[in-house]
Design a protein around this ligand. Structure first.
Ligand code: ADP
Ligand code: MG
Length: 386
């Protein structure tokens, strides 16, 4: 077995699993126990979520988990079966009450919601203002905000995809909605443009002080735009947290798999805070917890430890070596797929001036801030609560 690797201390914290009901910062948007169904098929079950005024939240999850249905319920297009939707302290939807969509002052921007092709950019933006007295002024202001003041007289087909999405955003923001809902707004654009536009949109939403809820299946879009993100599965929020904590302290395997790359490697808890692994002994300042339950793992507990590509560091001085199986050039870094002596695979993100050939053995060590361990399925039945 390899030498124990020296690891920095780490904090094993249990992740939050639902949006906090922040009392100090009262909720602007609040969903309490929202259940939604199509006929007898329940697709969202008892969903809680709060957003403070000016906050940008995101629901991130695979296709079919209920994201669009939640947005449609907030916008007033789907009735709630149970629970309530409140905005600024007023009930929009409950079993007893249902405010029609046009009275909610909720703006929407959907991926497939095309601009009107026969209207100019300015007329597209003016559309939601319905001839309001200040419409021209507002349109000019909105187009300036999204950096398209010069394109007011153009038609949608004369703009790039990214520019069209910015016009759609200006159109959604023009009537000054109390809440903006964005459904996979940039998924039709290519990846680079999506990330670039994501950062731009984030700055723009922050400048306008609007409260927004984005839904997407794309973690890059979520990370680029949102302050806090709820990872959804089958109509439930598995974890509501910052992007950093979703990545480094996922509450369960589903979140760990869905957010970011990574592998699970087996380990055995030696005592509360040390885990014996093929790569050495992981030493934790805090007791290791089987994160799915939040309970401290007893000695002998067999666990799977999450290793992200940035937890596995290339180090020529390390006595632990692994063989390069595959490599992907990412510009500043290579993402190496490495095989350990046991045959297990790990991923490692390495600065790209370390250009190693397939088949070569390279030194590696672990550098982990937070140990994320889950009790291994089929392991001995030790209660994880001692
Ligand atoms: P997402 O936006 O996360 O992809 P949706 O909210 O669109 O998910 O859908 C959630 C579930 O509800 C899926 O199983 C989908 O098939 C189902 N669904 C969506 N719209 C309808 C509808 N109009 N009638 C019946 N089932 C629907
Ligand atoms: Mg959808």
């Amino acid at each position: 077995m390899a030498e124990p690797s020296k690891l920095p201390t780490m904090e094993a914290t249990v992740a939050r699993t639902s949006a906090p009901h922040a009392e100090a910062n009262p909720a602007w948007l609040r969903l309490d126990g929202v259940t939604l169904a199509y006929g007898s098929k329940v697709v969202v079950a008892g969903l809680d979520l709060t957003l403070a005024r000016g906050q940008i939240g995101c629901l991130l999850g695979p296709s079919g988990c209920g994201k669009t249905t939640v947005l449609r319920a907030i916008a007033g297009f789907e009735p709630v079966v149970a629970g309530s939707v409140q905005l600024d302290g007023h009930v929009l939807s409950s079993r007893e009450a249902h405010l029609p969509p046009e009275q909610r002052r909720v703006g929407m921007m959907f991926q497939d919601q095309a601009l009107f092709p026969h209207l100019t950019v300015a007329d597209n933006v003016a559309f939601g203002l319905r001839g309001a007295a200040h419409a021209r002024e507002r349109v000019a202001q909105m187009l300036d905000t999204v950096g398209l003041g010069h394109a007011a007289r153009r038609f949608p087909h004369e703009l790039s995809g990214g520019q069209q999405q910015r016009v759609a955003l200006a159109r959604a923001l023009a009537p000054a909605p109390r809440l903006l809902l964005l459904d996979e707004p940039f998924s039709s654009l290519d990846v680079e443009l999506r990330e670039h536009l994501g950062a731009e949109v984030r700055a723009l939403l922050a400048r306008s002080g609007i409260t927004a809820l984005l839904v997407t299946h794309d973690q890059h879009e979520a990370f680029a735009i949102a302050d806090e993100i709820g990872v959804m599965r089958d109509g439930r929020i598995e974890q509501w947290d910052s992007a950093y904590r979703l990545y480094h302290q996922p509450a369960n395997r589903f979140v760990a798999d869905f957010v970011g790359h990574g592998v699970f490697l087996p380990g055995t808890v030696i005592d509360g805070s040390r885990v014996q692994m093929e790569l050495g002994v992981l030493e934790s300042a805090q007791p290791v917890r089987c994160t799915e339950h939040g309970d401290v793992c007893p000695s002998g507990c067999q666990v799977d430890v999450l290793l992200r590509p940035d937890d596995v560091v290339h180090d020529d001085a390390s006595r632990v070596t692994a063989q390069v199986l595959a490599k992907a050039f990412r510009g500043a870094e290579f993402l190496y797929t490495l095989r350990l002596p046991s045959g297990a695979k790990v991923l490692s993100l390495v600065p790209s001036h370390h250009d190693h050939a397939i088949g070569e053995r390279i030194g590696i060590r672990l550098e982990i801030d937070h140990v994320v361990a889950y009790k291994r399925d089929g392991g001995p039945d030790l209660a994880c609560n001692t």
